[in-house]
Design a protein around this ligand. Structure first.
Ligand code: SF4
Length: 305
């Protein structure tokens, strides 16, 4: 058992069983990438909306759901599913189009939740209203907001195209409607280290997140940040430094906060190798578990909230 509330434990506690997450690509883009996903975007962005092999050939969202459901049921025996609009900014469309897409996808299976990943500046009131309408006693709605950093100077430096106020505004809209939301936070953005990462975690908690996703910055070939690394302007994230930062964050988290992700498995990634050292996911999780236990043994349980 992990010493933090991971997705599996959350789902078991909430729904009494394991839940298979079905990630779908609704064909969205994002304000940074423009209508065709072709503009430069954030300097770290390598979004290519790759689908898992079991969704190959699916022509639309219902087909993606159907193929994923068949695979997850036969491979893992899942009976409950989460619908995750994952690719790009999955609220960046007119509300009528969003309603049509979400309705169509939700009709494909009895999902225990609808999760949409998006940018903080893509959740106006009418979108928040739409999402709130999908909440029922049998179905939660989660909004995953890309915060990345609580420092405006960093957001400007990586060309996010929104500021921290945008997150503050989105969080307020979601809170008012009783919607759960997760903040996605990057460790190791240019000019940032452990102190800035922990400040962002604490900021997100103060804004009322119900969940967090952590990710160490990856310098993906083809991105502006990878070119900066080639020119010796930045360094890859040190996995030990990232581990220490995440351990400190975990120690400070209130126990009800869901940690949806703390590390990505490098084996899941296709394409050319990344600069820097990458640990396997299992190695990272084992070391993190030990480090969190060690810190909890040494630290009075005060928390940050
Ligand atoms: S907002 Fe997301 S999808 Fe758009 S450019 Fe930035 S990281 Fe990429």
């Amino acid at each position: 058992m992990l010493p933090w509330l991971d997705a599996r434990t959350y789902y078991r506690n909430r729904w009494g069983s394991d839940v298979g997450r079905i990630g779908v690509d609704g064909g969205f883009s994002c304000p940074n990438r423009g209508p065709n996903r072709s503009d430069p975007g954030c300097t770290f962005c390598s979004e290519n909306a790759n689908r898992p092999p079991y969704q190959a050939g699916a022509k639309n969202v219902p087909q993606q759901v159907q193929q994923a459901r068949e695979f997850l049921t036969s491979r893992y025996g899942y009976e409950h599913f989460s619908l995750y609009f994952q690719a790009f900014s999955s609220t960046w469309a007119p509300v009528d189009r969003l309603r049509q897409l979400y309705d169509e996808a939700l009709s494909c299976a009895p999902f225990v939740d609808l999760t949409v990943g998006t940018r903080p500046d893509c959740v106006p009131d009418e979108v928040a209203d739409l999402l709130a309408g999908y909440q029922t006693p049998e179905r939660e709605v989660w909004v995953e907001l890309g915060l990345q950093s609580c420092h405006d100077s960093t957001l400007a430096r990586v060309r996010r195209g929104h500021d921290v106020q945008a997150f503050r505004d989105a969080a307020a809209r979601l809170r008012r409607r009783g919607l759960r939301f997760t903040a996605h936070i990057l460790y190791g953005l240019p000019g940032e280290g452990t102190a800035e990462f922990l400040e962002t975690v604490r900021y997100a908690l103060a804004e009322g997140v119900s969940g967090l996703k952590f990710h160490d910055l990856m310098l993906v070939p083809g991105t502006p940040l990878h070119r900066d690394w080639q020119q010796g302007l930045i360094s890859p994230v040190d996995p030990q430094a990232y581990l220490d930062a995440v351990a400190q964050a975990v120690v400070e988290l209130p126990p009800q906060i869901v940690l949806w992700r703390v590390y990505s498995d490098p084996e899941d990634r296709k394409g050319p190798p990344l600069p820097g050292q990458r640990w396997s996911k299992n190695r990272f999780l084992n070391l993190l578990r030990d480090e969190v236990a060690r810190r909890r043994d040494q630290t009075p349980a005060t928390g940050v909230n």
